[in-house]
Design a protein around this ligand. Structure first.
Ligand code: PLP
Length: 456
């Protein structure tokens, strides 16, 4: 029999500092501050190892769509582990949960998308995108069509392909990225980069950067354009209304695949099953992850539209690509149960009809705060821009300082919001109730007050 040892927060923090290298973390800073250890969760709330209760305004990392503590997912995993904990999907094999999940995803995906390739994460999904897109054009007899156009400040993951497709300069600087054959155009970030243009004018301008880049690279060399419907990690950048229609007009004139990264927007976040449906886009490929299992187990995939799928199936022979955990039976069983809950409890409708209108109307009130230059949102995504001058959209001199103070003040008030520079962002679980939205907004206002006070 094993004895369960209980560690104090200080002991866990010391072990953590001694042995654990975290993602996206400055470890010297972490050592000084002490890691926050999250111990348990229920609904939209987390509890840390000191017993503090925190409202999770980020759904973990944009993923816990159905909220914490759903025992049905634990039961599905337990049952599947006893039945078949693992088998691969290589070499003409499959397992029932993976097959059922592929079929269930095809049912909710846009009509022209009927196939799924499974991965273990969003980053692996975008690695798969790169491989598939190039394979597609090879099979079409156009092997020179290799270049993928992404967007500055877009995020598509942290593997070499994912980070290259993304446009995060800090990531590119640390790894000689992007790899060749990936280029970027400006983002549709009106508040930060729109200058004197109206949002509508800027949306058209930003979309036209795609046309300009296609001309520069040469259409015969461009394979695909990849974008998030709404840039999440970049700061919940919601494109002006003119942006996606203009991008669609441009794509209609060119023979280029459209990849819409649904890792954040997929599975209900915008009030539709996918962000592509919210913006009426017709992607060829949709990388997915996160909300696919509500984060209860790691899993990702790429939903593949007919023109790519049929080319790969009819003309591709064996596609030399895949992961040990592609279609993992336990993750798939959890994904399937998660989809069942989203569907049976009509959670996507709840977002569209109730939660999103309420959240958006409530966070709009935060725009009255002296520190706030803009509040924007779609579905259950929101962003709050912190500025030193509301009228001119002027930022504080030291970039990111107001944001990091505000993030700390949120935590002190029992709320998780993330800071991207001086933009506060939120993405709560989809099941958040109106009273919990009230609590989120009250806590955010208080954190803004405390931030303003500290900034002096
Ligand atoms: N794509 C988008 C839009 C994301 O937001 C993320 C993660 O935040 C990824 C891809 C990468 O997913 P993962 O962290 O599961 O590799």
């Amino acid at each position: 029999m094993t004895t369960q040892i209980t560690y104090s927060t200080a002991q866990l923090q010391a072990m953590d500092h001694a042995h654990y290298l975290h993602p996206f973390t400055d470890h010297k800073d972490l050592g000084a501050k002490g890691t926050r250890i999250i111990e348990r969760a229920e609904g939209v709330y987390l509890w840390d190892s000191d017993g503090n209760k925190v409202l999770d305004g980020m759904a973990g990392l944009w993923c816990v769509n159905i909220g914490y503590g759903r025992t049905e997912l634990a039961d599905a995993a337990y049952k599947q582990m006893l039945e078949l904990p693992y088998y691969n999907s290589f070499f003409q094999c499959a397992n029932p949960p993976a097959v059922k999940l592929a079929s269930a995803i095809a049912q909710i995906a846009p009509e022209h998308m009927n196939h799924v390739f499974f991965t273990g994460s969003g980053s692996e999904s975008n690695d798969t995108v790169l491989r598939m897109v190039r394979r597609y054009w090879d099979l079409k007899g156009k092997p020179d069509k290799k270049t993928i156009i992404g967007r500055i400040n877009g995020y598509h993951g942290s593997t070499v392909a994912g980070a290259s497709l993304g446009g995060m300069s800090a990531m590119h600087e640390q790894g000689d990225l992007p790899i060749p054959g990936i280029v970027h155009i400006p983002q549709p970030y009106w508040f930060g980069e729109g200058g004197d243009m109206t949002p509508d004018e800027f949306g058209i301008w930003a979309a036209q950067q795609l046309e300009a880049k296609i001309q520069e690279v040469g259409e015969d060399k461009v394979a695909a354009f990849i974008a998030e419907p709404i840039q999440g990690a970049g700061g919940v950048i919601i494109p002006p209304d003119t942006y996606w229609p203009e991008i669609k007009r441009i794509l209609a004139r060119h023979e280029i695949l459209l990849v819409i990264d649904e890792v954040i927007c997929g599975f209900g976040r915008t009030g539709e099953w996918f962000g592509s449906q919210h913006y009426d886009l017709k992607p060829d490929l949709m990388p997915i992850a996160k909300g696919m299992t509500s984060g209860y187990l790691p899993m990702g995939g790429v939903i593949v539209g007919e023109r790519v799928a049929q080319t790969l199936i009819e003309h591709g022979g064996e596609f030399f690509h895949g992961y040990t955990y592609s279609g993992h039976p336990v993750a798939a069983a959890v994904g399937l149960k998660n989809l069942e809950i989203l569907r049976d409890e009509k959670i996507v409708d709840y977002v569209k009809e109730k939660a999103a209108p309420y959240l958006q109307s409530k966070i709009a009130q935060l725009a009255e705060h002296p520190l706030v230059g803009e509040v924007r949102g779609v579905g259950l995504l929101g962003a709050i821009e912190l500025v030193s001058n509301k009228a001119t959209r002027e930022r504080f001199a030291e970039k990111g300082m107001a944001g990091s103070i505000c993030r700390d003040m949120c935590v002190r008030n029992g709320l998780v919001m993330r800071a991207v520079g001086d933009t506060m962002i939120m993405s709560p679980p989809l099941i958040i109730k109106p009273a919990e939205i009230d609590e989120l907004v009250t806590k955010a206002w208080k954190a803004l007050d405390m931030t303003a006070e500290q900034l002096g």
